[in-house]
Ligand binder design. Structure first.
Ligand SMILES: CCC/C=C/C(=O)SCCNC(=O)CCNC(=O)[C@H](O)C(C)(C)COP(=O)([O-])OP(=O)([O-])OC[C@H]1O[C@@H](n2cnc3c(N)ncnc32)[C@H](O)[C@@H]1OP(=O)([O-])[O-]
Length: 243
């Protein structure tokens, strides 16, 4: 599955929906057993959630958007397919969450390709299920430091803390993901799927039990004047970087 939403693969409502539909199609086709998730945007895996969906819109839109973000995470996190990410670019916040929801991560060895949950740098907060997904991957202490400081880890560090499983030269990221897949596909499917569910269900259930409350929290939080201002300042900084 190659993500293509130029220029930065930001996860807009439309793009999230497209990803969700593509995943559902693959899941319902018995011929498919695995997905390699990668990017078609040179040098960028994903810039994360689309800031334009969270800035200057109304509460109904924020609620619709957040529901779609929840849906995509739940679907990827609990997918019965083997999902491997071949991370071929910088990967921030919501994009990193998507990669953390995969079963295995291969990252291209380029110092520019940092990844992490950098929400605090924008003055916003990673929700509890983003946090849980990170904790489940790198452990509590590393997650605590990474989340508070909004750290984006370059490849060597991402590997060291366990945020990714393998770092390979840039031209080998897809072939390495394919080689890894062979090991996962050699395991009897039902045993692997049930084990995945055993490991992940408690984390997903926390959100499933309070989806509506989580949407309301998000809408309240993102609608605050101070948060809207912080997002506008951040977007402005991104634009100024160019000039
Ligand atoms: C509770 C909520 C939890 C939140 C979770 C999140 O994921 S929060 C998300 C946290 N994500 C981040 O902090 C990552 C923010 N992004 C970056 O750091 C950089 O864009 C980059 C390193 C990904 C690519 O650098 P580069 O030099 O190759 O590209 P460039 O920088 O020149 O951008 C090109 C155009 O795309 C635009 N745009 C960019 N990102 C977003 C976005 N997320 N959305 C919308 N638009 C975005 C950018 O403004 C510019 O627009 P313009 O001026 O053409 O109209």
């Amino acid at each position: 599955m190659k993500m293509r939403n130029p220029p930065v693969n930001s996860l807009s409502l439309e793009f999230l929906t497209e990803l969700l539909i593509s995943l559902e199609k693959l899941e319902s086709d018995k011929a498919f057993h695995a997905i390699i998730l990668t990017s078609d945007c040179p040098g960028i895996f994903s810039a994360g959630l689309d800031l334009m969906e969270m800035c200057g819109r109304d509460p109904t839109h924020y609620a619709e958007y957040w529901k779609a973000v929840q849906e995509l995470w739940l679907r990827f996190y609990l997918s019965h397919l083997v999902v491997i990410s071949a991370i071929n670019g910088v990967n921030a916040a919501g994009g990193c969450l998507l990669a953390l929801s995969c079963d295995y991560r291969v990252l291209a060895d380029n110092p520019k390709y940092a990844m992490g949950l950098n929400e605090t740098l924008l003055g916003i907060i990673a929700p509890f299920w983003f946090k849980d997904t990170l904790v489940n991957t790198v452990g509590h202490r590393t997650a605590e430091r990474a989340l508070q400081l909004g750290l984006l880890f370059p490849p060597a560090e991402a590997l060291q803390v366990g945020m990714v499983d393998k770092v390979v030269p840039e031209d080998q990221v897809l072939s390495a993901a394919r080689s890894e897949l062979a090991q996962w596909l050699a395991i009897p499917g039902h045993a692997r799927q049930l084990t995945k569910s055993l490991m992940r269900k408690p984390t997903a259930d926390r959100l499933l039990k309070e989806r509506d409350a989580d949407i309301q929290n998000f809408v309240r939080f993102i609608s605050r004047d101070a948060i809207q201002k912080a997002l506008r300042v951040y977007l402005e900084k991104l634009k100024q970087k160019k000039t």
